[in-house]
Design a binder for this molecule. Structure first.
Ligand SMILES: Cc1cc2nc3c(=O)[nH]c(=O)nc-3n(C[C@H](O)[C@H](O)[C@H](O)COP(=O)(O)OP(=O)(O)OC[C@H]3O[C@@H](n4cnc5c(N)ncnc54)[C@H](O)[C@@H]3O)c2cc1C
Length: 310
């Protein structure tokens, strides 16, 4: 089967939920990026698995897509399939050993998971308030804030391994590290179980509101971005290094280093993916020249050309 035939076959299997040559600026928070050959929205675990089996058999690359809030697709696009987990968005609460456990689908927005825990007076996910990703994206990125990370609350997760078999793994056996869970290529996270604690509704709500307010004060939420663009090196916050190098306000085309937070690149004037990447290189070069520290991207850069370091 040619690629075009395979994509047509996918469209027949998932009518109305497969988009060909789909511009990815519509599906990423930075609002930049070229077209993916195909973007598919499978419904439910079975359909994700069937689609992965089909793509593996046809030798077509695929990548899971959450909310696209930590993702840049290069201008020349992605020659493969983005599998959006958007429709795996169930949420269920149960007790285990007398403690509350929340099972959330990979496509569920973190914001909804946070609201759900507030409404049920459950503590544990407050730090996720304001992180605009999905549950699956947050697990894959080991998202974190205010000294907490997903690895501190996850109990186990279900995923498709590289041969499209559903597996469950407990936290202790998962290789979490700073802003990453190292999973073999082709792994698709399907859902996660989170260990929570019974809390006081007012206290949980106040903490969530406090975190949201701190974000409004510190982050340039008025412009499209992908959050922190570089990982914090051991020497300190990347934003501080960028600020000290005098790079706030530096621009390439429509992309600018935020004046409000040095580790945010914002799209404030019709930027393209290549503007953002060129600006990342420039920032990296200047910080390296000033401090000898080489910043590593936190954001995932995918598509034709990928990310070549300096
Ligand atoms: C304004 C703003 C603030 C932010 N603040 C924070 C913050 O405080 N802390 C923080 O950690 N991050 C932050 N981020 C970054 C981002 O929101 C997180 O990394 C988030 O977890 C990404 O989730 P996503 O669903 O958008 O993933 P995507 O961007 O869609 O994907 C990111 C990566 O995860 C992979 N992926 C996505 N879903 C799955 C899945 N189901 N299975 C396997 N792999 C998957 C993708 O292939 C990609 O490699 C911020 C971003 C913005 C725009």
């Amino acid at each position: 089967m040619t690629r075009e035939e395979a994509y047509r076959e996918l469209s027949i299997r998932m009518p109305g939920r497969v988009f060909l040559r789909e511009p990815m600026d519509r599906h990423t928070s930075m609002g930049v990026g070229g077209a993916a050959d195909c973007l598919a929205f499978p419904r439910g675990i079975e359909e994700v698995r069937d689609t992965a089996v089909f793509l593996l058999r046809e030798g077509i690359p695929f990548l899971p897509l959450g909310n696209g809030t930590n993702l840049i697709v290069r201008e020349r696009g992605y020659r493969g399939v983005f599998l959006s987990l958007r429709d795996l968005d169930g949420m269920e609460l149960r007790e285990e050993g007398g403690m509350p456990v929340l099972t959330a689908g990979a496509g569920a927005p973190l914001s909804r998971a946070v609201r759900f825990t507030v409404a049920n007076a459950l503590a544990g996910l407050e730090f996720c308030a304001g992180i605009p990703g999905t549950v699956g994206g947050a697990i894959r990125m080991n998202a974190g804030a205010w000294g907490m990370e997903i690895k501190d609350v996850i109990r186990s997760l279900r995923f498709l391994n590289g041969s499209a078999t559903v597996r469950t793994e407990v936290r202790e056996r998962l290789p979490f590290r700073y802003r990453a869970l190292d999973l073999p290529a082709g792994t698709v996270i399907l859902e996660g179980d989170f260990s929570l604690a019974r809390g006081d509704e007012r206290a949980v709500r106040e903490q969530v509101e406090g975190f949201l307010e701190r974000r409004r004060q510190r982050h340039p939420l008025e412009h499209p971005s992908a959050g922190s663009i570089f990982r914090n090196p051991p020497e300190g916050p990347a934003g501080l290094l960028i600020d000290r190098a005098g790079l706030k306000g530096l621009r390439v085309g429509g992309a600018a280093v935020s004046e409000k937070h040095g580790n945010f690149i914002v799209n404030d004037g019709g930027a393209g993916a290549e503007d953002v990447i060129a600006l990342m290189r420039l920032v990296r070069e200047r910080v390296s020249r000033e401090t000898g520290i080489l910043l590593e991207p936190e954001v995932k850069i995918v598509g034709e050309d990928g990310w070549e370091p300096l």
